[in-house]
Design a protein around this ligand. Structure first.
Ligand code: UD1
Ligand code: CA
Length: 455
């Protein structure tokens, strides 16, 4: 894309959000509204991305913290024309200026490319027809159908209020021309603001043709003004994510109950049950089944994994054909090899588990290197923390651990070892032998339970 700079207006407070946070920092899919617009701008290979901030001071630039965005301040919000004017010193006359809005997050790259293309010769304006155009600036056309000007809702007469074609606010035009028009704006209108929309009539009187472009869908140009609209746009966004996955061969049981907050790659013949959250970078292979209510963040789920409901997985890899859950928590730094089984109420942290090993019930495995073919009995705990430092537990191949065992790390269990149930293992154990630490079972003859004393 040729010679474009993007101006993103993000100076408004968004008073209807009823929030201390500037509106453009509220998230959709876990990402600030204005960040969505910035990310879309990156797709355009723009010369510069210029953000106009104002309300809340530099909290917007500081939070976004992106060196590729040039921030300019609009200290007082005197109108959209005034806001754009603050950015103009950053643009060269021969560039195309593309105006976007920090609170209109779902605008698509394709639509913008189309707009920029039209702006190579003409003034390109993104408009839509709405059943209810109330509140928006209206596109006024002459008898020949050419755009003449925009009239804001508050300045419109009755006849103009009936116009259903509205200004989305998004436009692209030569920067040099825009600069000259902005200098001539005044604020003699119903709101006492410098309207960006007034430049359209100036362009027309300069003999410039106004080309209108329409977005593929209305959602693209919807702005966020309230928490209700925020939730609506979140819904649209998530629905389009689900649609994309379904088009790629994923079964999504209910597209309205899947949340994607990041970059997700999914293979073929994967089934995603309801209420799944996929966050950060998630890679899911082929033939994977994820049960209801799983939260998976920055993780790789290899081919053939069956994840039962209610699992949390973060910064971990689940090896091919493994079975996980229900109610399993796989924490950062964990790698499960293929064919492992991790059952209910099992927490695994910063550990490697080799092929075919099973931890099926009620266990905590932390800072552990576990070999292949291991079976960990119910209620086994690695005591990895001595109150000051973390220590590792090493478990060899084909180890069998009886239920309710504690491993006091650092400790090493030899290959093929068996640990008797209820053991507290404090020292390394030999290969292929039974180690147990509990006292011998005895029964005390004539022992009676205490009884309540009478008062
Ligand atoms: C604007 C358009 C209107 C269009 C509508 C689409 C003008 C005069 N009107 O109206 O034709 O139909 O958007 O939603 O342009 N902003 C600043 N600084 C300012 C003023 C606004 O950064 O001084 C930002 C706001 O934060 C907001 C955006 O610009 O993100 C639009 O401003 P807003 O006041 O909401 O414009 P509207 O009255 O909705
Ligand atoms: Ca608005």
């Amino acid at each position: 894309m040729s010679n474009v700079s993007v101006i993103i207006l993000a100076a408004g407070q968004g008073s209807r959000m009823k929030s201390a946070l500037p509106k453009v920092l509220h998230p959709i899919a876990g990402k600030a509204l204005v960040q969505h617009v910035i990310d879309t701008s990156y797709q355009l290979n723009a010369n510069k991305i210029i953000g106009v901030y104002g309300y809340g001071g530099d909290i917007v630039p500081k939070t976004i913290n992106d060196d590729n965005v040039t921030w300019v301040v609009q200290a007082e919000q005197l109108g959209t024309g005034h806001a754009v004017d603050q950015a103009m010193p950053e643009l060269e006359d021969n560039e195309t200026a593309l105006i976007l809005y920090g609170d209109v997050p779902l605008i698509k790259t394709e639509t913008l490319k189309h707009l920029i293309e039209k702006a190579q010769k003409d003034f390109a304006l993104l408009t839509v027809h709405l059943d209810d155009p109330g509140g928006y600036g209206r596109i006024v056309r002459n008898k020949a159908g050419q755009v003449e000007r925009i009239v804001e809702h508050k300045d419109a007469n009755e006849e103009e209020k009936h116009i259903t074609e509205i200004n989305t606010g998004i436009l692209a035009v030569n920067a040099g021309a825009l600069r000259s028009w902005l200098k001539r704006l005044d604020n003699s209108n119903a709101q006492g603001e410098y309207y960006l929309t007034d430049v359209i009539a100036m362009a027309v009187s300069d003999g410039m043709a106004i080309q209108t472009v329409h977005p593929e869908s209305e959602e693209e140009v919807l702005g966020v003004n309230s928490r209700l609209q925020l939730a609506e746009l979140e819904g649209f966004y998530q629905l389009s994510n689900a649609q994309r996955l379904m088009e790629q061969g994923v079964t999504v049981i209910d597209p309205t109950r899947l949340d994607i907050r990041g970059n997700v790659t999914v293979g073929k013949d994967v089934t995603l049950d309801i209420n799944i959250i996929l966050e950060g970078t998630v890679v899911i292979g082929d033939n994977v089944s994820i049960g209801a209510n799983c939260v998976i963040k920055d993780a790789t789920i290899e081919n053939g994994v069956v994840m039962q409901p209610m699992c949390c997985v973060e910064q971990a890899t689940i090896g091919a054909d493994s079975k996980v859950g229900p109610f399993a928590r796989i924490r950062p730094g964990t790698t499960l090899a293929e064919q492992t089984h991790i059952g209910n109420f099992v927490e695994i942290k910063n550990s490697n588990v080799e092929k075919g090993s099973k931890v099926n019930h009620l266990s905590y495995i932390g800072d552990t290197d576990m070999g292949a073919g291991v079976n960990i009995g119910a209620g086994t705990i690695t005591c990895n923390y001595d109150g000051a430092n973390k220590h590792r537990t090493e478990i060899g191949d084909n180890v069998f651990v009886g239920s309710s065992t504690q491993f006091i790390a650092p400790v090493k269990i030899g290959d093929g070892a068996t640990i008797g149930a209820g053991s507290t293992i404090t020292k390394d154990t030999p290969e292929n032998e039974l180690t147990l630490t509990r006292a011998k079972q005895t029964s005390i003859k004539g022992w009676r339970r205490p009884t309540k004393e009478k008062k």
